[in-house]
Design a protein around this ligand. Structure first.
Ligand code: APR
Length: 310
């Protein structure tokens, strides 16, 4: 029998998990098998993956000075038009917080994952740069980046704000209009090329790995279900499954990403070497064929007592 028949492989990966996993250890084991067999994994991350790096999730209350404002007073085109300095300063404060934070083991586990599977697409709703700094490449960012600014009047191109705590939005060098954070605000559409690329990956992948997202903001929230409809196994990693859809091809792994992802990747790829990828991705930068210590770490599948991060 040929080593890998793409159609058979696809059916094997895409078929619903053989048993309804009763425990987290069972869910990890079923998810690990699906990942090991997958040719194409689509990872979809949200704010929860950065929670263990100390970046509050979007739905957490604003703290300190910013607690007095609602998200609509800080993250809408109307807020920027009315109070550009306030909005700019809020983003400057968030940028400074992200620059002081470090990627966590969840981000790092995804770099290992990309080096072990033939094709891995990373789609994120996050505007921090922790995936990039962990070493992930070719990331599809649906909501822009805190680290860039662009012209509020639409001139092409972006700039990197260098003075993290600049008090005022700088003028666009081309037209003099104010520069604004290059993020997608409430009431704005996400960039369609990025969404189309994410949708294509959701349709084509064997395994869709949804991490740390509440799945409430459309159209991104539909991606896991689009993927499930097209036959993928959907793995959901989150400390709470409240609000997450359930279904025969959906595998919930309840727990914080920084703990669960390294366990999952270790269980899936223990002893398997990094693949040689053509493009300069994570595997290439680490040296193709290199053994990754995170993958050989023993998997303590029996430890069910780790408390989820708040
Ligand atoms: N590991 C994994 N998931 C976690 C962790 C953790 N350590 N901590 C929290 N979570 C989960 C929460 O349970 C929640 O489901 O992360 C999710 C964060 O949800 P949101 O704050 O809604 O973030 P996200 O889903 O990325 O939001 C999408 O909506 O609010 C807008 O524009 C904002 O980009 C954001 C978009």
């Amino acid at each position: 029998m040929p080593a890998s028949d793409p159609l058979l492989e696809r059916r094997r990966v895409a078929s619903p998990p053989p048993t309804d996993p009763q425990t987290r250890a069972e869910a990890l084991s079923v998810a690990a098998r699906a990942l090991r067999a997958a040719e194409h994994v689509c990872v979809f991350s949200g704010a929860g993956i950065s929670a263990e790096s100390g970046i509050p999730t979007f739905r957490d209350a604003q703290s300190g000075l910013w607690a007095q404002f609602t998200p609509q007073e800080l993250a809408t085109p109307e807020a920027f038009a009315a109070h550009p300095t306030r909005v700019w300063q809020w983003y400057a404060a968030r940028r400074a917080m992200v620059r002081a934070a470090q990627p966590n083991p969840g981000h790092q586990a995804l770099v290992t994952l990309a080096s072990r599977v033939a094709h891995c697409t990373l789609v994120t709703q996050n505007v921090d740069d922790l995936h990039e700094r962990a070493g992930s490449r070719d990331i599809i960012g649906l909501h822009g980046s805190l680290m860039r600014a662009r012209c509020s009047a639409g001139c092409p191109g972006t700039m990197v704000p260098t003075d993290a705590m600049a008090l005022e939005p700088p003028p666009c060098p081309a037209c003099g209009a104010l520069m604004r954070p290059d993020v997608v605000w409430f009431g704005e559409s996400m960039p369609m090329p990025a969404f189309e690329a994410a949708r294509s990956a959701a349709v084509a992948c064997d395994v869709f790995l949804s991490i740390g997202t509440s799945n409430v903001v459309e159209p991104a929230a539909s991606l896991p279900w689009i993927s499930a409809t097209h036959g993928a196994t959907v793995i959901v990693v989150n400390p709470t499954m409240e609000g997450q859809r359930r279904g025969p091809s959906i595998l919930p792994i309840e727990g914080p990403a920084g703990v669960m992802l390294p366990r999952l990747i270790a269980e899936a790829f223990a002893g398997r070497r990094a693949r040689r990828h053509d493009s300069g991705g994570a595997a290439a930068s680490r040296g193709a064929g290199a053994q990754d210590p995170t993958v050989d770490a023993s998997v303590d599948a029996a430890d069910e007592s780790t408390p989820p991060a708040a």
